[in-house]
Design a protein around this ligand. Sequence first.
Ligand code: ADP
Ligand code: ZN
Length: 738
Amino acid sequence: MLDKKSFQHSSTLFLEEGDTATVVTTQRGPEFLHYLVPKGGVTLGAIVNVPVKSKIVLGVVWSNGQSLQTSYKKKRISNVLDLPSLKIEVRNFLQKSSEYYLFPLNTALRLCLNPNLNLEKSYSKYIYQIGPEKVVRLTSQRKRVLDVLSSMRDEPIDKLELKTQSNVSDSVIRDLEKKSLLTKTLVPIKNNFATIQVTFSTTLSKFQKKVSNELRSKVKSKSYSTTMLKGVTGSGKTEVYMDAIAEAILLGQQVLVVFPEISLSTTFVERLRKRFKSGFAEWHSSISKKEKKRILNSVLDGSLKLVFGARSAVFLPFYDLGLVIVDEEHDSSYKQEEGIRYHGRDMAVLKGFYSEATVILVSATPSLETWVNVLERKYKGNILPERFGNASLPKISLVDLRTNGRERNRWISKEIVEKISLKIKKKQQSLLFLNRRGYTPVMVCESCFQMLKCDNCDAKLVEHKLFQALLCHLCGARYQSPKICPSCRNECSYMPIGPGIEKIEEETRSLFPDARIELLSSDHYRSLEHLKECFRRITCGEIDIIIGTQLISKGHNFPFLSFVGVIDVDLALKGDDIRAGENTFQLLRQVIGRAGRFEISGEACIQTYFPEDPVMKTLCSDDDEKFMTSQKNLRKNARVPPFGRMVALIVSSSTHEAAMNFAKDLTKEILPLQKYDVEIYGPADARISKIRKKYRVRILLKAPKTLSIQPLLKNILEKRKPPRAIYLTIDVDPINFY
Ligand code: ADP
Ligand code: ZN
């Protein structure tokens, strides 16, 4: 994916009035447009407004234009915004990412500049002070305004604050202005964040110190490198990479830290506060527009040194990025599956490459991709071998569900029940893990044995007690249990098959009526605030039994937790997904790693129908290396990533025929790629053949690792655009195959 050749070089950095500039806009449409340079000239990378049809749109001067294209009358760049230019490394990164994932450059630029934030406008605002006129008589409203202003002495105040403090409307303030009882002045806004107080950890262990030093010297080298930082949960990976952050900031560079999920960043904020006090910012979809504008401006001019957040932060236009950290790098939620598809971790590495920055990939259970890159010496590997302090790793035992005698409709084995009772007596916590939302995951008709399915999707319905409904997890549609079975038309009732997390809660409450129990799944938390409150209660020991889905599996330190019970894992599905084994392994290691992180030692018990599976064996034996080697061989033999390339094309439409016909046409166009050793599978109905009333057909391409398939594919796709009402999704390096 890294390829120096595509670096853009340009002979001139400055274009004079009358020159032609090639501009990339944030609008859909052609990627490159040509404009005349206005008076005063522009630099490459300048952020500009340009006319497109009858609209003015935001764009960036990409390169000096082709003087050949003079056959039509060129329009002029409308104006150059008073903002720092986009650095060449940012432009190269955007261009490469759009070429790699086959989305338009305009889309990449939109993700980078967030045109809806109206960047430049934030650079100034009006502030208010007492005016020169003498006060005669005043209404109570006007008096309130002037009181607020005089209470400020000579400190200016902005309009919003003035309005809220004095509780008046705009018109009152306008009147006072007209009468010169107050004055307003336009001032530049300071976007500035506080300066970070750089400190290094003073309590590192011998191993930690060694790794910290290595990471710090990478940062000091100010050149590109990627390092895998592996270490069991609780070994101090975060503690150590915070030293690398401190080093970069000391050198005046900017730092980006990304997380797979925002719920993880809540605990990270606390740690940052402890170490650096203030001067950092959080970036993800729940951040307000106003704050985003402030962040974007300060990232662009280099004044904000530390940003952490979701994968979308990789698109931010940093001024001088020195360090990129990807926490929980193996996590599959780094892959964006809606809209444009990209992998947050891979983009972070690309970002680091173009910014000539240090990249650190952090995990207790690195992805196979990363592991192979270390073996091939593309990445450096650093390992923290033990837990910090007195904490030891949990002891793991298996319960064989095939032979374990449980009562009918009971899901928690007596082994787990006994452990929990013991822990409650010792005033310690237990965690029950099941990665299935709802009460019953599958409902089957008692007479014809067909599953209840969604009308819009090819998906089973899940019974949720919380919503008192049957839910489709794909489209969110809610249903009441039908009186008549849609399949056999008999009046019937339904058999529940298997437990969801709500059923486990019910069973736990009946087993431990006096225990304090907290259920955590994405359905059960109402807001980030609520989630934080749950974590606080758990951390303070106000909860005895935590029941959770994968929401609970990562990032958090629960000091009283000493037992993890795994109810079941979906190993049965592993047939068609090359990563199923690896992902289950990573998830379980992570969940089990929650236990015994501090003084108390931990234990774990896994219930499973597959005690012989290599995943289970590895979990009990700690021989990660052997497991990873077997996974590696599996993928090597199948010529799949990281040993080959894959691109999935997903065609969808409201009729099956339309989707299939277009997919067939497309496949014909792609066939010539076979001469480059590309294997073509399909078109075939997707495993989930319908989502949200759209039928889905897939084509899968497998190519040799050495082939750069994207430009070839781009050529074909440009000639064969989907007609109206047919949608084409391009998924480069797919990780889901449904
Ligand atoms: P990881 O990121 O590998 O899971 P953390 O950095 O979160 O590990 O460390 C686990 C716990 O141990 C945290 O509470 C952390 O504050 C503590 N810890 C780890 N290393 C040190 C250290 N050198 N000094 C003080 N506390 C440490
Ligand atoms: Zn549905």
